[in-house]
Design a protein around this ligand. Structure first.
Ligand code: AKG
Length: 226
């Protein structure tokens, strides 16, 4: 039954192909000399822990096709377009009101991507495609994982621990100037004193578990596919 909800959305289309040509930049991966900056210093980046009620997290997890979570293939994605299945549609209700009014002009998300990460999986440094409007919202499910924001021109980086049930929002410079990535590795270094200070000496290596995210976006006006 639940798989039927997603049957049509799983088909490859032009939109999917465009996404695979995302604005990916080759970044010097030796970031040892880069300066770690706090999340608050990145204009347009906001993080909201514990954003989603547990029952909504569970409902969404349960409605997704089981095949997304099985096996060890990496890079499993599901692209959805409005109308979203009901529990996913409800994610609009948890977007910050100022984000909805100022950035999306009180319109709900039009496109979402569900991405599953097994330990070792990641996503390369990138900016989101220009076909997407300003404002990107990413919800995290099942387990925690570290996302890294990078500004190569100034050798700045910021590690943001995305906890399950959290929301991270990018707009303006955070969306258009900074790259974001999830490093391909089996775990993350976690500072016990600060979520965003990855250079602290009091870090512990925390193995990853399976995680999925739902990224919600709007499409720029007058965008034509194909
Ligand atoms: O899965 C994530 O948290 C990151 C997703 C992402 O970077 C994207 O959809 O552009």
């Amino acid at each position: 039954m639940t798989d039927e909800l997603f049957d049509d959305s799983c088909e490859e289309n032009e939109f999917d192909q465009a996404l695979q040509e995302a604005d990916q930049e080759s970044v010097d991966q030796d970031v040892s000399s880069w300066t770690q900056v706090p999340l608050e210093s990145i204009t347009g980046l906001s993080y909201y822990p514990n954003r989603l009620p547990l029952d909504l997290q569970n409902q969404i997890t349960n409605v997704l096709p089981k095949g997304l979570f099985s096996g060890t293939n990496s890079g499993r994605q599901l692209h959805l377009y409005v109308p979203f299945p009901e529990p996913i549609q409800r994610l609009n209700n948890y977007l910050p009101s100022e984000f909805l009014s100022d950035v999306w002009k009180n319109q709900p998300a039009e496109a979402s991507i569900i991405q599953v990460y097994n330990p070792g999986d990641g996503i390369i440094p990138h900016k989101d495609l220009d076909m997407f409007a300003d404002g990107v919202a990413i919800y995290s499910f099942l387990s925690d994982m570290t996302m890294v924001f990078k500004l190569p021109s100034k050798k700045l980086k910021c590690d943001v621990r995305l906890q399950k049930g959290s929301l991270v929002v990018m707009r303006g410079p955070a969306r258009y100037e900074w790259l974001h990535e999830i490093p391909f590795r089996g775990g993350d270094w976690i500072s016990s004193s600060s979520q965003d200070n990855a250079t602290a000496s009091n870090q512990t290596w925390t193995p990853r578990n399976q995680r999925f995210s739902i990224t919600m976006r709007r499409i720029v006006e007058n965008h034509t596919f194909g």
